[in-house]
Design a protein around this ligand. Structure first.
Ligand code: TK8
Length: 344
């Protein structure tokens, strides 16, 4: 009898040991960085420079919805639009310093941090959205995003700002000569300034947040942006003429501090990258729709000038010498990749 009880106890002990070893790990995986916080909660603070009526803001709202759902609320996202936390340049600095978790600057001011991005400032590089998406969502676009890591930035995707158009308060501009001497605000980007100088205009770099007042007070007479921002930021109220130049395709880069991203668990990294991916499709659809709808709306309030092929070519010819300057900044290799991919 004693033997039977002892045998039973040994079998029971072995069984409990076996069950104990096969249970899934609850604590952080061995290879996760030591100070990875236990997977309690994570709050993501997003700052951006556009109005809360824009596709950019809708993109972030979609991201918030997806992240909070996929993480069962363990990750929360707070969004601060309208330059509340600063303009593009300040927000990128704040992300690098860890004061803000994510932002989405235009690529033009981002080039000041990573000169490879000057490649997107080649005037008339892209002919249409299909070409934009196929190049930016492919290897060439990914190789550009990867360069951001050198600046401790994780770039996730290319969101749409759109094809930019020239607006001014003085003349129904159809040819470069019409812009002679007109004070134009450009983004804080040397290539943009050089391109408008070549056209004969008088460029002034300025943060987006200062633009409406500068137009209203006639500190500058002209600016250039996609139809969505011209309407959503009410530039069309202080600019009578809109010339459909479509001279640059402007993208936004949703980004995060790279070190911060690397410290997150693979589970959280996946939630964030998947959510950005899904939000990108929605953001682009809204941007494309707003671009069309707002152009239509402004026909009632503004003079919209659609240029002929020849007139567009005249702007292209004037601006094209800027390519050499882009090569010195972004590097021949990156420029060659984009020139080949777009057939520029
Ligand atoms: C918004 C800006 C804006 C850009 C500009 O923060 O500065 O003209 O088009 O979208 O990034």
């Amino acid at each position: 009898m004693k033997r039977k009880i002892a045998l039973f106890l040994v079998i029971a002990l072995c069984f409990s040991l076996f069950v104990g070893c096969s249970k899934p790990q609850t604590e952080a995986p061995k290879d996760a960085p030591k100070d990875t916080p236990k997977e309690e909660t994570l709050s993501i603070k997003v700052g951006h420079g556009a109005a809360d009526t824009t596709a950019m803001h809708q993109g972030w709202l979609k991201f918030k919805e997806l992240v909070e759902k996929k993480s069962d609320g363990k990750i929360t996202v707070d969004i601060f639009p309208n330059q509340q936390l600063g303009g593009d340049r300040e927000l990128v600095e704040a992300v690098q310093l860890g004061n803000v978790t994510m932002t989405s600057p235009s690529t033009a001011p981002l080039a000041a941090f990573d000169p490879s991005f000057f490649v997107l400032d080649i005037p008339f590089l892209f002919n249409n959205r299909e070409m934009v998406y196929s190049v930016l969502d492919g290897e060439v676009g990914q190789s550009l995003l990867d360069t951001l890591k050198e600046n401790n930035i994780k770039g996730f995707a290319f969101w749409e700002n759109g094809f930019r158009n020239y607006t001014n308060s003085k003349v129904a501009a159809r040819k470069p000569e019409d812009l002679a001497g007109i004070k134009i605000r450009t983004m804080e980007n040397e290539i943009h300034m050089a391109a408008w100088k070549l056209v004969g205009a008088n460029p002034t770099p300025m943060a987006f947040g200062e633009l409406y007042t500068a137009l209203q007070q006639k500190t500058v007479d002209a600016q250039e942006n996609p139809f969505e921002l011209i309407y959503a930021t009410k530039f069309n109220e202080v600019q009578k003429y809109i010339t459909k130049t479509q001279h640059i395709y402007s993208a936004y880069i949703p980004l995060m501090n790279n070190e911060f991203y690397n410290k997150l668990s693979p589970e959280y990294q996946k939630i964030i990258t998947d959510s950005i991916k899904e939000a990108t499709a929605e953001q682009r659809n809204i941007a494309a729709k707003n671009d069309k709808d707002f152009e239509e709306k402004m026909k009632a309030t503004n003079e919209i000038i659609t240029l002929t092929k020849e007139e567009l070519q005249a702007f292209r010819d004037k601006m094209s010498p800027v390519l050499d300057l882009v090569k010195t900044k972004a590097g021949e290799e990156m420029v060659d990749k984009f020139v080949k991919a777009t057939g520029y």
